[in-house]
Ligand binder design. Structure first.
Ligand code: PLP
Length: 437
């Protein structure tokens, strides 16, 4: 059962790890917009994942697509986390950051051309379709592979983050496993891992069903030693949303692994691949309110315009995702009582809104915020996962914003510079003379 989420409240959201002073320090040192990630929270979340209940061993893989900055990869690597990569490019990026090849697992919609080389280097590849299984078999016959299976059900925070079930193209459809087995037998492949990842936003009952279905898959592949249950642990970004308790979802699954071992003698190694859980609430965007305009009449609103937008944070425009917004008066000035605003981004694009109606990216909604003036700071919270790495980068030619780590000692560390204008067009070539009129 998913705990029913209470009605959306009008109470003001609070800063998660920043203080008004650190937000001002970020602005004065690096300018706005800027991403800030909190090292203490990154470490605490990693430790929590590393203590996920397990019967016979655990590997935690950080789903790096959620926050791919090298500094974050290096921090997690130093704590013993491994990596889940979603493309060959991510594999190369993680290796460039210093992650050992054999700590990287690739589950991808598009098999990279150099995947045989990656396999040879020790990267674990999960075949996510029948054609990927054939390609792996032809490239390296007899090799150990994983199979990503679509077990037939999914669970997602939104329709677009649901990655299991008949409406999803991720993984080998469970009814086609016979064909996968034929490919494996023909080429002498060795199935070492079974992988299921059904989406973000799961509840414990769904988790246990998936683990049950996945264990049935393990019966079918007697050589498999590792079961990867993917990620998808929901994290509340807004104060009224619930977060997954890893102990609650993990304990029953641990019991299932023990029962499986008692029955088959196989002590399976568990892998999990959280992205959201590790980073969602460890990041914030510090922005400046660069304009305030209003319209009147029944459908009139007061609009806050940030110097950030879909170029930095796409989730509201894409999913109608809700992110906490905290206005901070410049210089700590006193302001009037909170009032309703519509908050928009800086792009010339009506879809660039930070306060969509929940789950409805096409509909604007008002949000009650602390009264704001032009020049005040606005902090967008819940910006660690699928934000910097998933933006409408360079739309309207806005440069990519810098990324900053807030250390445990309160010091700020720049881990990505703001992009320069020339870097936006550096790969463009001049118009050939012959085309000019
Ligand atoms: C995206 C992804 C994850 C992480 O999902 P979250 O919802 O961020 O936890 C894990 N595994 C795979 C294969 C993914 O594609």
């Amino acid at each position: 059962m998913v705990a029913a989420e209470p009605e959306v409240e009008t109470k003001l959201e609070q800063l998660r790890f920043l203080t008004p002073e650190t937000a001002e320090a970020v602005r004065s040192t690096y300018g706005t917009p800027a991403y800030v990630y909190d090292v203490a929270s990154l470490k605490a979340n990693a430790r929590e994942c590393l203590s996920f209940p397990n019967a016979f061993g655990l590997t935690v893989r950080f789903a790096m697509k959620s926050c791919p900055n090298a500094a974050v990869l290096q921090l997690f690597n130093s704590m013993g986390l491994h990596i889940d990569a979603s493309s060959g490019w991510e594999v190369r990026r993680a290796m460039a950051a210093g992650v050992p090849a054999d700590h990287i697992s690739l589950s991808t919609q598009e098999l990279p051309r150099d995947f045989a080389e990656l396999l040879g280097a020790g990267v674990r590849v999960n075949a996510c379709s029948l054609s990927q299984a054939s390609a792996a078999a032809l490239a390296l016959p007899g090799h150990h592979v994983g199979l990503r299976v679509n077990p037939g059900l999914g669970s997602g925070g939104t329709k677009r983050t649901n990655v299991g079930g008949p409406g999803s193209s991720f993984g080998i459809w469970h009814e086609q496993l016979g064909e996968a087995e034929a490919i494996i037998a023909k080429h002498g492949l060795h199935v070492a891992r079974i992988h299921t990842h059904i989406g973000s936003g799961s509840d414990p009952a769904v988790w246990q069903r998936v683990s049950g279905l996945s264990l049935d898959l393990m019966r079918r592949f007697p050589t498999a030693t590792h079961l990867n249950l993917g990620g998808g642990y929901k994290v509340g970004r807004m104060s009224y949303e619930y977060s997954t308790d890893l102990k609650v979802i993990g304990e029953p699954v641990k019991g299932d692994f023990e029962a499986f071992a008692a029955e088959t003698g196989r002590r399976l190694h568990l892998e999990i691949e959280p992205g959201t859980f590790l980073v969602a609430n460890v990041g914030a965007i510090v922005s400046t309110i660069q304009d305030i305009v209003s319209t009147s009449g029944d459908e009139g609103h007061t609009f806050i315009k940030l110097d950030a937008g879909m170029t930095d944070l796409l989730r509201p425009s894409l999913y109608g995702a809700q992110h906490p917004l905290v206005t901070l008066p410049a210089g700590g000035a006193k302001r009037g009582p909170p009032r309703p605003y519509v908050v928009v981004g800086h792009c010339c694009e009506s879809g660039d809104i930070l306060t969509p109606a929940p789950g409805e990216p096409d509909v604007i909604a008002e949000r009650v915020l602390g009264e704001a003036r032009i020049g005040d700071v606005c902090v967008v919270e819940g910006c660690g996962a699928y934000v910097s790495g998933m933006s409408a980068k360079n739309y309207n030619s806005f440069p990519e914003a810098p990324e900053v780590l807030l250390g445990e000692d309160g010091q700020l560390h720049l881990v990505r510079r703001r992009q320069a204008l020339e870097q936006i067009y550096q790969n463009e070539l001049p118009l050939p003379e012959s085309i000019m009129s």
